[in-house]
Write a protein that binds this ligand. Structure first.
Ligand SMILES: [Zn+2]
Length: 404
């Protein structure tokens, strides 16, 4: 791959505080070079930019690290638009809605699941997302969970085994037997295709003891823990996540002071998913409280057909700023390096030599526009490991000439 200079960046977000103004390490009138290995080779002031094989002109636009969407459920079939409409007409959201998607997913072919997944990933990339975590959890049989993960791993290394999403109907009168399955034969089939183990620790799903058993079994097979915690009400999920050393506790909508202190005193990231609260009319998590306590916060979409069918990280940033008390800079940090921390990655979410050349170009002078102009498709271009994907008709101008 040739080296590429991206020049005349109006505002570059590096997420390296030593490079520029905190917390995002901003550099004005910047440039960046992607090396032939798909990694960042150089960042700095435009005036100091080295030569490269190809030069692209950002025309004064803002460039930031590609978004890291650390929580999605993209392997599914079916549509729940009518359930959404009913909810907006006043019906409550309950975890049991997942069953509708389980039935449709089991009935779908791998080709159908694959084409939906590919379409959603392309939709995400057009909106600036360059790293995606994908969970299983709509199969809930050995065969269906295994094929979901085998499919997901074709698209991302960040695959999560979520057999413990819900107790399926056929185990309704013996949930302990389902936990046994999740921690034995199903785990055997899924572990080779998964990096992470997850559990929906919630009233109506899995209690603290069952959740601990699921996480311990996965960890014994080399999977790393993350937890769906405290989404629908207060509960033990967050403290269990911290106790188990989970990379992330996800949702964190209903937190006690002890939960906040536990997160702040740990390296478990609090991953907030405000698209869910938007789509279920639940109260938003209190990001300000977590940040003020010193917890690391990530933002992710939770893209799934039931509780939140957005693929848009810019939308989540806008919600976080408007509804959860985050500043635009905090929200951008959480959607990039925050997500990277929730996946224990240091090669994504920042733009510095050695990191992946994964970035988003905004048709805007500043990242503040992500919240200031909600719903507007500002991402014009995306680089994935140095490969350029134009996302809008107004493409970056490209030439082999060096700047004069
Ligand atoms: Zn989820």
């Amino acid at each position: 791959m040739p080296t590429t200079l991206l020049d005349r960046i109006g505002l570059l977000v590096t997420n390296e505080p030593s490079y520029g103004s905190p917390p995002l390490g901003e550099i004005r009138d910047a440039a960046l070079v992607a090396g032939d290995d798909g990694r960042i080779a150089w960042v700095g002031r435009s005036a100091d930019a080295p030569a490269a094989d190809t030069r692209m002109d950002a025309g004064g636009r803002c460039v930031l690290p590609g978004f890291v969407d650390s929580h999605t459920h993209l392997v599914f079939a079916g549509d729940r638009a009518e359930e959404f409409a009913a909810r907006m007409a006043g019906q409550p959201y309950e975890a049991g809605g997942i069953r509708t998607t389980v039935a449709a997913t089991r009935a779908a072919t791998v080709d159908q699941l694959s084409s939906t997944l590919a379409r959603l990933l392309a939709e995400m990339r057009r909106q600036g997302t360059t790293t995606v975590e994908i969970k299983s959890g709509y199969g809930l049989t050995v065969r269906d969970e295994q094929r979901a993960l085998a499919l997901a791993e074709r698209f991302t290394p960040e695959t999560t085994y979520l057999g413990a999403h819900l107790v399926p109907d056929e185990f309704a009168d013996r949930p302990e037997a389902y936990v046994d399955l999740v921690t034995s034969d199903m785990l055997d089939a899924c572990a080779p295709h998964a990096a992470w183990i997850d559990v929906f620790c919630e009233r109506g799903a899995f209690d603290a003891d069952a959740s601990r058993a699921v996480l311990e079994a996965g960890m014994a097979r080399g999977l790393r823990p993350r937890v769906h915690a405290n989404q629908l009400g207060p509960g033990p999920g967050v403290r269990l996540a911290v106790e188990m050393g989970a990379a992330s506790a996800d949702h964190c909508t209903y937190l006690t002071g002890e939960d906040v202190d536990a997160l702040a005193g740990s390296d478990t990231v609090a991953t907030l998913l405000p698209g869910v609260e938007f789509s279920t009319r639940h109260p938003y998590p209190d990001a300000r409280r977590l940040l003020d306590a010193g917890a690391a916060v990530a933002l992710a979409t939770d893209c799934n057909p039931g509780s939140c069918f957005t693929s848009s990280m810019p939308f989540c940033i806008a919600l976080a700023v408007r509804e959860m008390g985050m500043t635009p800079a905090e929200a951008v940090w959480s959607a990039t390096v925050g997500g990277a921390r929730a996946l224990r990655r240091d090669d994504v979410g920042r733009l510095a030599p050695g990191a992946g050349a994964d970035l988003a170009v905004l048709d805007a002078p500043s990242y503040v526009h992500l919240a200031y102009r909600p719903g507007v498709p500002l991402v014009t271009d995306v680089w994935l490991r140095g490969r350029h994907f134009g996302a809008a008709p107004r493409d970056l101008t490209e030439s082999g000439d060096q700047p004069g």
